[in-house]
Design a protein around this ligand. Structure first.
Ligand SMILES: [Zn+2]
Length: 335
């Protein structure tokens, strides 16, 4: 099994005009390049992507690559049609009309055959490459090659939400710092409230950040529920030296193509028009969860028995941050 090393960086590059790829096994080839992908724009919304493979690249690698490309295109495009070229295995003459050949292959499957235009001998359309493409094991391997992307995306999403929340805290003139960015220990960020001169007060708030609406489930009665996947989160949330807030960021809605064009046009004409949201998380809400969970534990529930919590969040904005500051800093002073 080989992995793909993308010399052009990202698969998004596919949407530019060409990209080259190397495989680990092709690194020794004199040309250095094993595969090339070329995009031909047929019109504004349609294009043809052609994959060229170097001689000497194994059929398995060719098939994996075709699967990987096809999988990504299926995600990105409205409709994808695969074409391929066939050569006569006897005299190597190309066989024409790919659209017709593909239909024959779809119709006749493993028994699909056509005659060579040059030597008249029989060309099996379901050849070794098609057999590999139809192999479910290979399909799964190709999918796992492509699976790296969503993970990166979710880490990046988490980082974007952290920056958004940090910006809101900073604009309310409060101090904050990220806590153990690589560990999923239930707390992502620590806020230290400041006094009127901007100095730290030693009074803290702890934040757990969750990016994306998938963390909330709306019940039939309209209540939003947050599923607590790990009991150890509950231990972390109930054992901090200050209140713990659950913060949920909702992403900006994905824009359709026409919306994107309109957004670009408007931003050019009116740069400060905020009708088209540019932040990744325009909607960030938070709620205090530590006392809610402490109450449930006082009433006899063990952390393993608490599976969800109703999320009744308020918008995390400057006013809300300052309300919490007053509650905690002034509340401590009065006590
Ligand atoms: Zn032939």
């Amino acid at each position: 099994m080989s992995s793909w090393r993308l010399s052009s960086g990202k698969l998004q590059e596919l949407w530019r005009d060409a990209a080259e790829f190397r495989t680990v096994s092709s690194a020794g080839l004199s040309s250095g390049r094993a595969l090339a992908v070329q995009l031909q724009r047929n019109n504004a919304s349609e294009g043809t992507i052609t994959v060229h493979t170097a001689a000497g690249l194994s059929l398995t690698e060719q098939a994996q690559f075709a699967q990987l490309i096809h999988g990504h295109l299926r995600e990105a495009a409205d409709s994808v049609e695969r074409r391929r070229h066939w050569l006569c295995p006897h005299c190597h003459t190309p066989k024409g009309n790919e659209e017709v050949l593909m239909k024959r292959l779809e119709r006749d499957g493993e028994t699909a055959r056509v005659a060579c235009d040059a030597c008249d001998r029989s060309i099996p359309l379901f050849d070794a490459l098609e057999r590999l493409l139809a192999d479910p094991l290979l399909r799964r391997q190709a999918e796992s090659l492509g699976a790296e992307k969503p993970q990166l995306t979710s880490r990046r999403k988490g980082k974007l939400l952290l920056l958004e929340v940090g910006a809101r805290l900073t604009s309310a003139n409060q101090k904050w710092q990220e806590i153990s960015p690589d560990e999923d220990d239930g707390i992502d960020l620590q806020v230290e409230f400041t006094d009127d001169d901007g100095n730290g007060t030693g009074r803290f708030l702890y934040l757990q950040l969750k990016a994306g609406p998938s963390h909330l489930r709306r019940r039939a009665d309209g209540r939003e529920m947050f599923a607590i996947k790990k009991p150890r989160w509950i231990r972390a949330w109930t054992q901090q030296p200050g209140p713990v807030m659950l913060v949920i960021g909702r992403e900006a809605p994905k824009l359709g193509k026409e919306d994107r064009v309109e957004k670009q046009r408007r931003q050019f004409a009116e740069p400060f028009d905020d009708r088209y949201e540019t932040r990744a998380f325009p909607d960030v809400r938070w709620m205090e969860i530590s006392s809610v969970l402490q109450q449930q534990m006082v009433s006899g529930l063990r952390p393993e028995e608490i599976k969800q919590i109703e999320f009744v969040g308020e918008t995390l904005d400057m006013a809300s941050v300052l309300r919490w500051r007053n509650r905690i800093v002034l509340g401590a002073r009065c006590a």
